[in-house]
Design a protein around this ligand. Structure first.
Ligand SMILES: Cc1ncc(COP(=O)(O)O)c(C=O)c1O
Length: 330
């Protein structure tokens, strides 16, 4: 019998983290979602209010307002060490939409998508929605991806490699040598890298954030103001890629989203071009919390690599070999 819903949607489920978030309310500390708990900085809120008051409330260009794309282009040059013109950028509804249009523009039925395992919940679900096949790359003891493990999983069907450093849910940060090796390997096998860099500024102990786009132009770089500026509800992200990619992704963006929120775009402009002391302040608090969490869990006898990025700790609870049993993440 014909089923009511598309096959592709029946093969994904609401993530466990989301279910817990929606189900729980009341007087407890909810560690469910990866979300800063700080107020959005005042100058960013003011920019959003000004956008509203001045009537900047209509559709914008599909790609996003020119001043914001200019600011993002400068940011990539300054902080990430690679050049991208404002025309090679799309402003999206959060990193979530950027990941969606990136994956949907390159993945076809049966294509294999390599991703760290465990990884952020969206990667496998979006791959399945595009009728591709998520292939988990098991992590090393320090919770990073090894080039050897990657190599072993490359097949003729491999289309995309997803890199996420600093990583959700492990807090690990890939070294420059690893990022370069991933980029080289991907180039050799004609694999597109999608690099999710939403935690780029949350990095500790001298670790460095390195963008794969420094070493290859076959990279779609995804980012957002969500985590850096405590703006998760603004739903404002962006992606950078070669113009031929942008042309294709823009079609999906246009039909599913039209444009990112005009108000949020003005707020993001204030965030990226305004004073950055707020980022340092939040960083100090995240670092204090990380140290506290690490000390407390260590005191309880748990073992884990000390996270050098993001705001996650990934302790091995019980059987040390649990790390090999995370297939259900995918
Ligand atoms: C690794 C990673 N990428 C993307 C996102 C989604 O970001 P946004 O809120 O900008 O859609 C998250 C949110 O938790 C995340 O952890």
């Amino acid at each position: 019998m014909r089923t009511k819903f598309a096959h592709r949607i029946e093969h994904i489920d609401i993530s466990g983290i989301r279910k817990a978030f929606e189900a729980l309310s009341g007087d407890f500390i909810n560690l469910g979602l990866g979300e800063p708990d700080f107020e959005t900085p005042e100058h960013i809120k003011t920019a959003a209010i000004q956008a509203l008051k001045s009537g900047f409330t209509g559709y914008t260009s599909n790609k996003g307002i020119a001043e914001l794309r200019e600011a993002i282009s400068n940011k990539f040059q300054r902080d990430n060490n690679f050049s991208v013109s404002p025309d090679e950028l799309i402003v999206t509804a959060g990193a979530s939409e950027a990941l969606h249009i990136a994956i949907h523009s390159v993945v076809e039925k049966g294509d294999e998508v390599l991703m760290p395992n465990p990884c952020f919940v969206s990667y496998a679900a979006l791959t399945k929605l595009a009728e591709g096949k998520p292939i988990g790359v098991p992590l090393t003891e320090d919770l990073t991806m090894s080039v050897e493990a990657l190599k072993e999983r490359i097949t003729a069907k491999t289309k995309v490699l997803i890199v996420n450093s600093p990583a959700n849910p492990t807090g690990s940060v890939e070294s420059e040598a690893n990022i370069k090796a991933f980029a080289d390997l991907a180039s050799d096998h004609n694999i597109t890298i999608i690099s999710d860099e939403v935690y780029e500024y949350l990095i500790y102990d001298g670790a460095k954030h390195i963008s794969p786009a420094r070493f290859s132009d076959d990279v779609i770089t995804v980012n957002a103001v969500s985590k850096t500026y405590s703006m998760t509800g603004f739903r404002l992200g962006y992606l950078a890629a070669r113009e031929e990619y942008v042309d294709q992704m823009l079609k999906i963006h246009q039909y599913i989203q039209a444009c990112a929120s005009s108000i949020s775009q003005k707020a993001a402009l204030a965030a990226i071009t305004g004073p950055q002391e707020c980022v340092a302040e939040m960083w100090r608090e995240f670092k204090r919390r990380r140290d506290f969490t690490v000390d407390t869990l260590t005191g309880m006898g748990l073992q884990f690599p000390v996270p050098r990025g993001a705001f996650y700790v990934f302790p091995l609870v019980g059987d040390e070999r649990n790390i090999e049993k995370v297939e259900e993440f995918l």
